[in-house]
Write a protein that binds this ligand. Structure first.
Ligand code: UDP
Ligand code: MG
Length: 320
């Protein structure tokens, strides 16, 4: 039987560019598959879009039996959408990509070739970003630096949510990485297996606007850090030891001054110290709370996503 590639596309309010995506991607997929002897399925996960994305996706599914539409009951975020797509995928290789053509479908034949060579994880690395300003580039580079410093895991700089994984990696994600708070591309890069990278140029969004604002990016970064490292939890110990050392020096200094007859005048010292110490204390408390919130989310064990319906051309039911 022919091997099959599953393309997972997350869709949130993409009505403006969706048709263009489909019309651009389908021929590339058909051609790539005709050449390589693979079959394909195109899985769109509608992540609770509030525009007409679902209607457009239904049209695709009605006309094309390669298309599977997973329709969420509510918006759950990009990562949950990718996870759902991976869950329903039946391919020997799975590729996750965005619906806004920032991840070029032209790269898919190359990914299929890598699967044929026996690779399990194909990380797509951005070489150029037409969409990102200087601020985004700098913060993103800084983020990967910090991540690699703080955690034993390894993170590819400039990696993206565009990647290919083999069936067995998909199975690991399906079975063993069911965390509520997660960093999917971090898992993909750190499951092991035979791994390679391919480069791509991220173009500007085809239509519509980015859904990731600064707040969402900060949240993603914080989650990623807390998920892969316990260094922030240990910060308290070092902060405590440092301030103890300072305190000790101050005590000795004060005693000497006392015996020399010039009792230290200390208003500003006290104010500065209090502000500083409370600052450190609250940051540490904040990090502990962050971990607590993650534990809380995991303990509650709520579903990562809720499926409303799965739509295919012949109306076949699929398990998620
Ligand atoms: N997306 C999603 N759920 C969300 C937000 C975004 O499924 O809550 C999808 C979106 O439709 C797109 C992809 O995730 O296909 C990436 O989102 P976006 O382009 O807004 O992010 P950026 O490329 O700017 O990082
Ligand atoms: Mg985008």
């Amino acid at each position: 039987m022919a091997k099959k590639i599953s393309i997972v596309v997350s869709v949130y309010n993409e009505e403006l560019g969706l048709k263009q995506f489909y019309e651009h991607t389908s021929p590339i997929l058909s051609e790539a598959c005709a050449k390589s002897g693979w079959d394909y399925e195109l899985i769109f996960v509608n992540d609770g879009s509030r525009d007409s994305s679902l209607e457009i996706l239904k049209e695709f599914a009605a006309a094309d039996d390669h298309v599977v539409v997973v329709n969420f009951a509510a918006n759950r975020g990009h990562e949950a959408a990718m996870i759902a797509g991976i869950d329903v995928s039946t391919g020997d290789g799975v590729v996750c990509m965005d619906a806004d053509l920032q991840h070029p479908p032209e790269a898919i034949p190359g990914i299929i070739a890598k699967f044929d060579e026996g690779y399990d994880v194909i990380s797509m690395v951005r070489t150029a970003r037409e969409d990102a300003g200087l601020f985004k580039k700098i913060t993103s580079a800084a983020f990967y630096r910090v991540m690699n410093k703080m955690s034993k895991a390894n993170f590819e700089n400039n990696s993206s949510d565009f990647f290919g994984i083999s069936r067995r990696v998909a199975l690991v994600l399906k079975k063993d990485y069911r965390e509520r708070v997660r960093f999917l591309r971090g898992y993909v890069q750190n499951v092991g297996f035979k791994k390679t990278t391919l480069e791509f140029k991220a173009s500007a969004r085809v239509a519509g606007e980015s859904n990731y604002n600064l707040k969402a990016l900060v949240k993603l970064s914080l989650n990623a850090i807390c998920n892969f490292s316990d260094a922030p939890l240990k910060m308290g110990i070092y902060a405590g030891m440092t301030s103890l050392a300072f305190a000790f020096i101050l005590i000795v200094y004060s005693i000497i001054q006392f015996f020399l007859g010039n009792a230290p005048s200390g208003y500003s010292t006290v104010v500065v110290l209090i502000c500083f110490m409370f600052g450190v204390l609250f940051i540490i408390l904040g990090f502990i709370s962050e971990y607590l919130a993650i534990i809380f989310a995991e303990v509650k064990n709520r579903p990562i996503y809720i499926v409303d319906s799965i739509i295919t051309k012949n109306g076949e039911e699929r398990n998620e």
